[in-house]
Design a protein around this ligand. Structure first.
Ligand code: AHG
Length: 339
């Protein structure tokens, strides 16, 4: 068998992008390579999770009041470490940490980017061998370069993201990242230890057959959401239902599948948590950015996710994202023109 296609690694790809844009400084490429390094280290630990004493709880809870698993801590430390020691990031915000971390050294203060991340999304799946992921979001600072980053650098609307991405630790490990120019996916080739371009210029299919939602919460959703979910199960759904229900419990995995196959993911508000569970800055903004660049949509049910101006680092939001036509159908149910 002859393989004609040249294999392009993540580093080669980002360098090629630099060549195409001679005015670029290379800072974003360098930051992405740092994240790629953290991803490889997390991949190694995730893959030996059953062999060593790394599974299970640390016994502490994070700022969200959720149990912190050991791999969450490891993943968080790797992300903070590579970004702190790299030369392209002035500070970070992490779902696992109460406050932003400003690196505040001469090199970091000159960096124009800050990064927000969920080091291990879907951590309740760690102990049961189900896909989990790392999600990240990159903003250009609004504060003066040469000085330490400030909170306002992080509290920006998602539409200001310059890049966003995720890494899935699944049947293979894959890094997907988006800039305004497009979404590209790289699969970890373990034989050379490099992420290689496997899914160039990813586009979210206009429609699909899958819907992802926690059905256990059904009776706590507002009526219009219930109507849409019921429509997903009906034959007369405008996109040719009934749809198939898939819900992994790692949003990043559900969003990834829907990005490739088409579909819709929902985490609506529930009675006692009207803003749902997911965090705007660490989970929803980056996924919304990626899905929109790929041609899909993302809203909180009332407005575009990327237009929300955050007031708090750890704020939550209801989240609906996926294929364009499925999202339009959902919006019809939410605004009362359908159903
Ligand atoms: P965590 O990282 O704490 O496991 O949360 C995962 C998130 C998200 O990835 C997933 O879709 C959702 O929580 C699942 O929550 P429910 O169990 O409430 O459906």
């Amino acid at each position: 068998m002859t393989i004609n296609r040249k294999v392009q690694t993540l580093d080669e790809f980002t360098l090629q992008q630099l060549r195409d844009f001679p005015l670029a400084t290379g800072e974003l490429s360098s930051l992405l390579r740092d994240i790629g390094l953290a991803a490889k280290r997390i991949h190694v630990e995730v893959n030996k999770a059953g062999l060593v004493d790394i599974l299970g709880d640390t016994g502490s809870t994070n700022v969200q009041g959720e149990e912190v698993k050991k791999l969450d801590v490891f993943a968080n430390n790797q992300m903070v470490g590579v970004l702190r020691h790299g030369i392209s990031c002035a500070g970070i915000g992490s779902e696992e940490l109460d406050d932003i971390v400003v690196f505040d050294d001469e090199t970091s203060n000159k960096s124009k980017y800050v990064c927000l991340f969920d080091p291990l999304d879907g951590s309740s799946n760690i102990d049961v061998n189900v896909s989990i992921g790392t999600i990240f979001s990159v903003f250009k600072r609004v504060s003066e370069l040469g000085k330490p980053a400030i909170e306002a650098d992080f509290l920006q609307a998602g539409s200001n993201q310059v890049a966003a991405g995720y890494i899935i630790y699944g049947s293979s490990t894959m890094l997907v990242y988006a800039t305004r120019r497009g979404v590209n996916g790289f699969t970890l080739d373990q034989s050379i230890g490099e992420f290689t371009l496997s899914h160039p210029d990813m586009k979210c299919p206009e429609t699909g057959k899958m819907y992802s939602v926690n059905h256990g919460n059904f009776f706590q959703y507002e009526e219009r959401v219930k109507k849409y979910i019921t429509a997903c199960q009906m034959k007369d759904s405008t996109n040719g239902g009934p749809y198939t229900q898939r819900y992994i419990g790692s949003m990043v995995s559900d969003v990834h599948r829907n990005l490739i196959k088409g579909g819709i993911f929902m985490y609506p508000g529930i009675l006692d948590k009207p803003k749902g569970k997911l965090r705007l800055m660490y989970e929803c903004n980056p996924c919304a950015f990626i899905v929109e660049v790929a041609g899909g949509k993302a809203t909180n049910g009332q407005m575009r996710i990327l237009d929300i101006v955050p007031t708090k680092l750890h704020q939550r939001t209801a989240f609906f994202t996926g294929s364009l036509k499925m999202m339009e159908e959902l919006e019809g149910y939410l605004d009362g023109t359908l159903g």
